[in-house]
Design a protein around this ligand. Structure first.
Ligand code: MN
Length: 130
């Protein structure tokens, strides 16, 4: 009998940028359940550094952050050739259409509003990391 050696599951890495501890933990747990590895950052500046050093497969970016905003962080990530190709999903509590426009113009690949629909978000993450 020949043993079948299964390849280890491909763990994609998601960088979660979220300053709220509960939102962050919820996202980390969801990602783990879906087989993703997550790295976290509580602010945009640190996220830029982590993105450059670790090259995650995707970034989930909260918009309201201490220090530089998620919008500014997305702009910088998309301007930097080292991080430009990483898909970014913006996560925001903003509901105003002017904010939506600003967020979409920042260069993010997709956008979700809080409260987060986890099923929809995981679907998006899977699509963008495929
Ligand atoms: Mn926040």
């Amino acid at each position: 009998m020949v043993a079948t050696i299964l390849a280890p599951p491909e763990h994609k890495t998601v960088l979660v940028v979220e300053d709220n501890v509960w939102s962050r933990k919820l996202l980390e747990t969801r990602l783990e359940i879906h087989g993703f590895r997550s790295v976290t950052s509580t602010d945009g500046e640190a996220a830029l550094e982590i993105a450059r050093e670790q090259r995650p497969d995707l970034i989930l970016m909260d918009i309201q952050l201490p220090g530089i905003s998620g919008i500014e962080a997305i702009r910088r990530l998309k301007r930097d050739e080292r991080t430009r190709a990483i898909p970014i999903i913006a996560v925001t509590a903003f509901a105003l259409s002017s904010d939506k426009t600003k967020i979409l113009n920042s260069g993010c690949d997709a956008y979700v509003s809080k409260p987060i629909d986890s099923t929809a978000l995981m679907g998006l993450i899977e699509r963008y990391t495929r």
